[in-house]
Design a protein around this ligand. Structure first.
Ligand code: NAD
Length: 247
């Protein structure tokens, strides 16, 4: 039980990687506030998992691109939880296209959802964590934020921005015992990657030394590590979880 007695807020926790993190956190004993735009239909499964592991899960409906809604959600967590230990900024979207076909709206919605939301949430929770002299913040970046990817200028910019945010905030809050790290997943099996055409999937798979796509559980394992005291001397880092693709 690596996260026993810890309270976590996870964004984009309704499916995919966020859902994998939610389940792993519950198995490690964390109390979890799961934030997404709408509650998943199979939500009782998460409540049952929490009960099995002697902990609780609460759902928060909010759009991470909406500052007012996020502020209300975070205030609810801070008032009702007695202290927030872990923030996972996981929610994210893609609007892929060549640059001349990316509309202003496609640019702005990706930056707002993937990057500005993390800025809002970090700003909302950091003072609280500073007062408590403890905290771990994990931002879900991507390997494309490090290497770039054709057709993803908006998405790559948002993910590279998250790395800059992570490294600078880590320096600002380290003296208060708050750690800030990022994870850079490679090619992970979720609804986000289900959209990729078969030809491109095969080409991507051929570049992965471990010869398989990653799973939400692979990313959840890295997130548990960064959230827990196992990583108590790790801050300002980007943990690449890509099956060796970028090696
Ligand atoms: P997904 O599309 O399956 O899930 C995204 C989650 O974010 C969903 O729960 C969705 O409801 C939520 N979300 C999206 N916009 C939101 C908003 N405005 N407000 C609240 N919630 C919102 O995607 P995924 O593959 O699970 O991706 C999770 C994170 O991992 C994203 O940040 C993504 O960029 C990143 N990532 C994914 C991969 C991959 O290969 N799947 C690779 C690198 C990074």
């Amino acid at each position: 039980m690596l996260l026993k007695d810890k309270t976590a807020l996870i964004t984009g926790a309704s499916r995919g990687i966020g859902r994998g993190i939610l389940e792993s956190f519950l198995k490690q004993g964390a109390r979890v506030w799961a934030l997404a735009r709408s509650q998943p239909q199979d939500w009782t499964a998460a409540e049952e998992l929490a009960a099995q592991h002697g902990t609780q899960v609460r759902f928060l409906a909010a759009d991470v691109a909406d500052e007012a809604g996020l502020t209300a959600a975070v205030n609810q967590v801070l008032e009702q939880s007695g202290g927030l230990d872990i923030l996972v900024n996981n929610a994210g979207i893609t609007r892929d296209n060549f640059i001349f076909r990316i509309s202003n709206d496609d640019w702005e919605s990706v930056i707002r959802t993937n990057l500005t939301s993390a800025f809002y949430l970090c700003r909302l929770v950091v003072r609280h964590m500073m007062n408590r002299r403890t905290g771990s913040i994990i931002n879900m970046s991507s390997v494309v934020g490090i290497h770039g990817n054709a057709g993803q200028t908006n998405y790559s910019a948002s993910k590279a921005g998250l790395i800059g945010l992570t490294k600078s905030l880590a320096l600002e809050v380290a003296s208060r015992n708050i750690r800030v790290n990022a994870i850079a997943p490679g090619f992970i099996q979720t609804e986000m990657t289900d959209k990729i055409p078969e030809k491109n999937r095969e080409e991507m798979l051929s570049r992965i030394p471990l010869k398989r796509m990653g799973t939400p559980e692979d990313i959840a394992g890295a997130t548990v590590f960064l959230a827990s005291d196992l990583s108590s001397y790790v801050t300002g880092q980007v943990l690449v979880v890509d099956g060796g693709m970028g090696t």
